[in-house]
Design a protein around this ligand. Structure first.
Ligand SMILES: O=C(O)CCC(=O)C(=O)O
Length: 248
């Protein structure tokens, strides 16, 4: 385990709605995570192709966990922790729990898991949005975004508008294929936005209402992530049908 160079600052997270923790996972761990993720993405592509070839293409069922990954060609694999227990184990890693317990308490459940990836040829930006605009349950959810590559502005780093987690904006529109619910431009003060450039092994924690998005990958470099969203066990909502997964 590497030493964290900036211990989690709860106060700053509460003020800004996100927090960047450096060097949480080692390079070797991340390469191993990425290897599993690439296998899972290949499986997902095959699952989708089989569905298309069978001629009975299923409609999008928001409630079905680990469904055919219909976003896979757009750089999204949903429900990774329910596709492979390997990822569920990562979601229960003590280093993550140590960071989120000061916000969520001792009893924590998982709301959702996914990977958003932008390898060469997957350039899509993720438009500015607030997750709570389309999520269920209580607003105090924390997403943990794990950087499996070095990511800078040109590779499609995460971007946040600090402090915006205090107000949920009730007006969205469909702009972007990957995360379809985005905010109208007039709500985004780009002069206040920041780019969270990350190194492999860093984690960014962010609140479910903070305005965020990510840029295009303008480079030929990889940009892979694992994302887990947690909430207090008092909140029994889940992104799909059924109860949330108990984490601790
Ligand atoms: O990784 C990304 O580019 C976007 C992730 C995101 O918007 C989210 O997890 O809510």
């Amino acid at each position: 385990m590497k030493t964290q160079i900036n211990p989690f600052d709860t106060k700053r997270y509460q003020e800004e709605g996100y927090f960047h923790l450096k060097n949480v996972f080692s390079n070797e761990e991340c390469l191993e995570f990425k290897k599993h993720l690439l296998d899972e993405i290949e499986k997902g592509k095959k699952q989708l192709e089989d569905e298309i070839n069978s001629g009975v293409e299923g409609g999008h069922d928001r409630d079905k966990i680990a469904d055919v990954p219909r976003g896979i060609h757009k750089g999204m694999l949903q429900d990774i922790a329910h596709r492979d227990a390997y990822f569920m184990n990562i979601a229960k890693d003590e280093r993550i729990l140590e960071a989120i317990k000061p916000i969520l308490g001792e009893d924590i459940v998982m709301y959702r898991s996914l990977s958003v990836f932008k390898p060469k040829g997957y350039r899509q930006p993720v438009g500015w949005h607030q997750d709570m605009a389309y999520w269920k349950g209580d607003g105090n959810k924390v997403s943990v975004w794990i950087s499996l590559d070095d990511v800078d502005k040109d590779t499609g780093a995460m971007q946040f508008v600090p402090g915006t987690h205090k107000t949920l904006i009730d007006e969205t529109e469909v702009q972007n294929e990957v995360f379809s619910i985005t905010l109208k431009d007039k709500y985004i003060d780009k002069s206040k936005s920041i780019v969270a450039e990350t190194s492999r092994g860093d984690m960014v924690l962010f609140h479910s209402t903070v305005i965020h998005g990510s840029g295009q990958n303008e480079t030929g470099k990889d940009r892979y992530t694992l994302i887990f969203t947690y909430q207090s066990a008092d909140d029994q909502s889940h992104h799909r049908g059924g109860p949330p997964e108990t984490i601790c």
